[in-house]
Design a protein around this ligand. Structure first.
Ligand SMILES: [Zn+2]
Length: 258
């Protein structure tokens, strides 16, 4: 395989083929595994936006579906969940740990998650590069949303909480993004993540036929409960903790800037 890039987590140039998947573009993609750290990723460069400008980034507007992160016209079991219920659990957890302050949602979609945080206790910030979603943020009365990619987001502000929900698998430079989150957090600040899990029971059973992999190349990094913790640690975070049984197909976790 030509133009293999170094492992996104440990920098190793070695790799082994983990499998082949039929991606969301209808093309076949190799998924490789780093033998040093176990990270799974797509070799080579992909711009998920060039490959599929719409899929994977549409948050549908029906209120019961709002915040769902599903490709249009697809009803994957993986995402067929009540986002409102999940967002309530996540936001309650965050509020217990940070009852007020500045919260930044990276890849905030239509801003639905931020609306779980009251304006009088939280300063709510978002980053979103889908124009339609950005406009929905404005409709949701979220004024502090940056329209663009996270790598272009510049601020002198420091945050108490940074959230990345179903974002990191899309990220072209996941470690650099987590390092940026670390820099943007106050000391003692927390990062809260939600991601698919390549170690889940479902993923193990279906292998690269599983939905997590079939989102390639919109998904280009396939975290597991193990590699995402390693990546958080490498970005500087401590006390990373997975909040659901790690056999689940979607895991949430948090870590702290010590
Ligand atoms: Zn590696």
């Amino acid at each position: 395989m030509k133009n293999i890039k170094a492992c996104i987590l440990c920098g190793s140039k070695r790799y082994e083929i983990f499998g082949i998947t039929k991606g969301c573009t209808g093309l076949m993609y190799f998924i490789v595994r780093c033998p040093e750290c176990g990270s799974l990723f797509l070799p080579g460069k992909f711009d998920s936006m060039e490959h599929n400008p719409d899929m994977g980034y549409v948050t549908v507007s029906k209120s019961s579906d709002r915040g769902r992160h599903i490709p249009r016209n697809k009803r994957y079991v993986l995402y067929n969940r009540d986002r409102r219920k999940a967002f309530r659990v996540y936001s309650d957890f965050i509020k217990r740990n940070k009852p007020s302050g500045k919260i930044l949602d990276v890849g905030c979609g239509d801003g639905y998650f931020l609306t779980f945080f009251s304006r009088d206790k939280y300063e709510r910030y978002g980053v979103e590069f889908n124009k339609n979603n950005y406009n929905r943020c404005l409709k949701n009365k979220l004024e502090n949303v940056f329209y663009g990619r996270f790598r272009s987001f510049r601020t002198k502000k420091k945050f108490d909480v940074i959230v990345m929900l179903l974002y990191i698998a899309h990220s072209e430079s996941s470690l650099a993004n987590l390092r940026k989150c670390y820099r943007l957090l106050k000391k003692g600040g927390i990062i809260f993540l939600e991601t698919g899990n390549a170690n889940s029971d479902v993923a193990r059973r279906l292998g690269t036929n599983g939905v997590f992999f079939r989102e390639a190349p919109a998904h280009r990094y396939f975290p597991s409960d193990e590699t995402i913790v390693k990546m958080l640690e490498r970005a500087g975070f401590s006390d990373a903790e997975i909040l659901v049984p790690k056999t689940e197909d979607i895991i949430s976790l948090w870590a702290r800037k010590g």
